[in-house]
Design a binder for this molecule. Structure first.
Ligand code: CMC
Length: 395
């Protein structure tokens, strides 16, 4: 009809203006509020990054202490959540559980239901950032049949998460600085990524004025897919499959399948809608991968060797070169998480934990925008023209 622009997949439509995250896909550059991801990942911790994304500036020492204190005060979840969790099958996928748990938070906080009220959004933001590690760890413990470990507030955000994951009532978790830093870096690298599918979902969902926790639950649901957050799980499963096929020797055969358009096999952890050069997060993740495997004495890990060889071969292959397909953050993040002892099925839930702050920052920005309206895409109708119903006995 020519009245609307048709742009499937939003390849050339800007749905909003934003001051939060900048990506230069040709240069392989990622900035949060103007700061390069490389500097944030090496000089700041995750909670400073959260403060930055939410407020536009890095905190000074006093602001940092106050913010950490505020988040720490909200790490526990209502005890009733345990009963809700108990309704799930033990073998439920953690992302199915997380979609439910985050949505369920909306039933607990009757003092902050109005997404258009800045104070309601502020307290919901703190609650979400504080409770996500507790919820992810609870989903994990439930799945393996172990008791939940309550948060311990004298630990850092990431150390507390590791303890809730790996301590048991009979054995304290011994923190390891390299592993805690690695998980903190995973959180920083996943904290925001401008208008990706889950963030756009959160904006669209929030634009109807829904409950703040419900909007974030929508983001969790969207993130689950293998083309988005589920890619870290899919990438590691793929590496393990190639390893089972025969490992490094079989890379050629596997790449052949990937290039065969009828096979539906993709090189998971490769390619990105925006990065047409290296994904800067993948470089940092690869560095962390070597640090973690080094600290654990696992530098001979066959999966790491396979990943590096696969990357090398793919980067020299005409198919990948022509399509500008490079490793993305998910290619190495799975290897790091697996080495830490995190099960593959939990990878995307950890991504959701980290991305929560980005979703909230984007939601706040949208609602603060004077031009903000409910999101309502149009369509080009190409169905049947107007017609009359034929009586049932005549059809
Ligand atoms: N393996 C093999 N071929 C690929 C891949 C891949 N991983 N990615 C893209 N291609 C091909 C695709 O088949 C197409 O080929 P042709 O032009 O011959 O039809 C061409 O490259 C362009 O790809 P596209 O699908 O049009 O690109 P897109 O921007 O729509 O998709 C993507 C981007 C990330 C969904 C896609 O690259 C992909 O599915 N990658 C694997 C999944 C993955 O790693 N996702 C994580 C993204 S980063 C984390 C996040 O954002 O959540």
């Amino acid at each position: 009809t020519g009245k609307f622009t048709y742009d499937p997949g939003f390849l050339s439509t800007a749905a909003c203006q934003s001051k939060i995250t900048y990506i230069d896909g040709d240069k392989g550059e990622l900035l949060y509020r103007g700061y390069p991801i490389e500097q944030l990942a090496t000089q700041c911790d995750f909670l400073e990054t959260c403060y930055l994304l939410l407020n536009g500036e890095l905190p000074n020492a006093t602001q940092k202490t106050e913010f950490n204190g505020l988040v720490t005060r909200h790490t526990m979840v209502n005890e009733q959540m345990q009963f809700f969790l108990r309704g799930f099958r033990r073998d439920a996928h953690p992302m199915a559980v997380m979609t439910g748990l985050v949505g369920a938070l909306s039933a607990f906080y009757h003092d902050s239901t109005d997404i258009n009220n800045p104070q309601h959004r502020e307290i919901s933001a703190i609650r979400l950032i504080a409770k996500m590690p507790t919820l992810v760890a609870m989903a994990y413990k439930y799945g393996i049949g172990q008791p939940y470990i309550y948060p311990k507030n004298d630990l850092s955000y990431s150390a507390n998460f590791m303890r809730m994951m790996f301590a048991t009532p009979c054995e304290e978790y011994v923190p390891n600085d390299v592993l805690t830093r690695a998980i903190d870096r995973i959180f920083i690298l996943h904290a925001d990524h401008e208008q990706n599918a889950s963030t756009s979902t959160v904006r669209l969902c929030g634009s109807s004025g829904t409950n703040p926790f419900a909007a974030i639950a929508a983001g969790v649901a969207c993130l689950w897919g293998p083309a988005h957050g589920g890619a870290n799980e899919a990438a590691l499963n793929m590496l393990e499959d190639v390893q089972k096929m025969g490992g490094v020797e079989k890379i050629g055969e596997f790449i052949k399948q990937v290039k065969d358009k009828n096979s539906n096999v993709k090189l998971m952890g490769f390619g990105h809608r925006v990065y047409k050069n290296y994904d800067p997060r993948a470089k940092l993740m690869r560095e962390t991968c070597h640090e973690v495997l080094g600290a654990l004495g696992k530098t001979n890990d066959p999966i790491l060797k396979l990943a590096m060889e696969l990357e090398k071969i793919a980067l020299e292959d005409e198919y990948f070169v022509a399509r500008k397909l490079y490793p993305n953050v998910d290619f190495y993040s799975g290897i790091v998480q697996r080495a830490i002892g995190i099960p593959v099925s939990l990878f995307t839930a950890i991504f959701a934990l980290a991305r929560t702050v980005g979703w909230i920052a984007q939601l706040n920005e949208m609602i603060g925008d004077p031009e903000y309206k409910i999101g309502r895409p149009r369509q080009l109708y190409n169905g049947a023209s107007k017609r009359d119903v034929v009586a049932l006995d005549k059809r």
